[in-house]
Design a protein around this ligand. Structure first.
Ligand code: SF4
Length: 153
């Protein structure tokens, strides 16, 4: 098997990497900035985690990489760009300029009742989260009649 350094492609933006190991059926999935080979290791740099994953080449059956061009800032008359990535174990489509920004727009993250991952979580937010995971969608709360601003600090 020959594995190239993805930086040789001169790509900018992110790379979705699926690594299928010889011994497991589920591929490992990464949102990477770069992949490369170092000795007997296949390396995947994931900037969001500030981490490099190093996997022995001998354990790998197949590597698939999908390149996503970096989104250009939106200008009037510029067509929007879209891309795919893996979220909640689902390959989803997203507008490139809005990828990963749902938290910044979701009212829940400023709400007194929002306690994700705990039994105290707002029932509405919890229902919405479960709906999103079930259907592979992401639905930030833009408006809500039950919102109470969380105390700062
Ligand atoms: S009350 Fe509304 S804004 Fe607050 S956590 Fe629940 S759904 Fe989100």
């Amino acid at each position: 098997m020959s594995i190239m350094d993805s930086s040789e492609h001169g790509q900018v933006g992110t790379i979705t990497v699926w690594i299928e190991l010889k011994e497991t059926s589920q591929p490992l999935t990464f949102e990477a900035a770069n992949t490369y080979q170092k000795g007997d290791l296949f390396c995947v740099y994931v900037p969001r985690e500030n981490r490099v994953y190093k996997i022995p080449l001998a354990n790998i059956w197949r590597v698939t990489e999908e390149y996503h061009a970096r989104a250009e800032p939106e200008r009037p008359g510029t067509p929007q760009q879209f891309e795919q990535y893996v979220h909640h174990n689902e390959r989803v489509w997203v507008r490139s300029d809005l990828k990963g920004q749902h938290r910044e727009h979701c009212l829940c993250y400023s709400c007194h009742g929002f306690h994700p991952g705990t039994a105290r979580n707002c029932t509405l937010a919890q229902e919405l989260y479960e709906f999103d995971v079930k259907h592979g969608v992401t639905t930030p709360v833009w408006e809500c009649p039950l919102f109470v601003a969380a105390e700062k600090g």
